[in-house]
Design a binder for this molecule. Structure first.
Ligand code: NAD
Length: 228
């Protein structure tokens, strides 16, 4: 069975109604990234950061996977599929994908501020000031903020290295280290990049650029790969 590795960014969830932020004047749901998605922000204004992610989590409960998430799950009938997502939503899982690695964490989890291995499933519940881990420390969103280390990056690189086919969907490829993952793909394998703003990079061999929204481009590509 061939292995397909799929690297996804915020763009794949855009048609589900979750905003990306690079498309909207650098603001993410009316906030500057520095004010809500960095460790400094957490130190300066814990309440604002908790409320920002509580809103994201409440919104997640109201949206649905789109045609792109659902199409990717169909690949599992013919391929070993690994999704590596920069997204903190759970739309790949809800669209039916089995193997999803969340590079930047998950909205539906909270973790201890004193022990990063203490992670709790919270579903769509808010995290409130005063909510504590079993050791008595404040809980924070289980999110890798900008500037923080990405613990799963080497696991992701290992998956990309063993890909027979690579798909990159809905990412501007500017947020590192995630963007660097594409460099681990074997040079001879076919690579597909689906994004309405995708640019053709001469750095990558065997790259097919599909300038389209995920909901338009992914189902067609999946159908081609299923008929290969
Ligand atoms: P990004 O850097 O991956 O850029 C978004 C990309 O999506 C752009 O290249 C844009 O052209 C593309 N895009 C827009 N609409 C699309 C569509 N319909 N189909 C396909 N592609 C489309 O992502 P970002 O918004 O800059 O976010 C960076 C980080 O912020 C993420 O990696 C994540 O950690 C966090 N974030 C997560 C979510 C989420 O979980 N859904 C949403 C926003 C931001």
């Amino acid at each position: 069975m061939k292995t397909i590795v799929v690297l996804t960014g915020a763009g794949i969830s855009a048609e589900s109604g979750i905003k990306t932020f690079r498309d909207s004047d650098g603001l993410w749901e009316e906030h500057r990234i520095e004010d809500v998605a960095t460790y400094d922000a957490w130190i300066k204004n814990q309440n604002l950061v908790l409320e920002f992610y509580n809103q994201r989590r409440r919104q997640l409960a109201t949206v649905q996977p789109n045609a792109a998430h659902i199409a990717l799950a169909k690949l599992e009938a013919k391929y070993q599929v690994y999704i590596i997502t920069q997204n903190v939503d759970n739309l790949h899982e809800r669209g039916g994908s089995s193997n999803v690695l969340h590079l930047h964490g998950e909205l539906t989890k909270a973790r201890s501020t004193c022990d990063e291995d203490l992670v709790y499933d919270i579903g769509y519940k808010d995290i409130l000031p005063g909510d504590k881990c079993k050791n008595g420390s404040q809980l924070r969103p289980h999110i890798v903020w900008f500037g923080e280390a990405v613990p799963l990056i080497m696991d992701a690189a290992t998956l990309v290295k063993k890909a027979d086919i690579l798909m990159v969907i809905g990412t501007s490829l500017v947020v590192y280290p995630a963007a660097g993952l594409i460099n681990y793909a074997p040079s001879h394998i076919p690579k597909y990049y689906i994004d309405p703003n995708a640019s053709n990079s001469s750095c990558f061999t065997n790259l097919t650029v599909i300038k389209a929204k995920a909901g338009d481009g992914v189902p067609g590509l999946v159908e081609r790969l299923m008929n290969n």
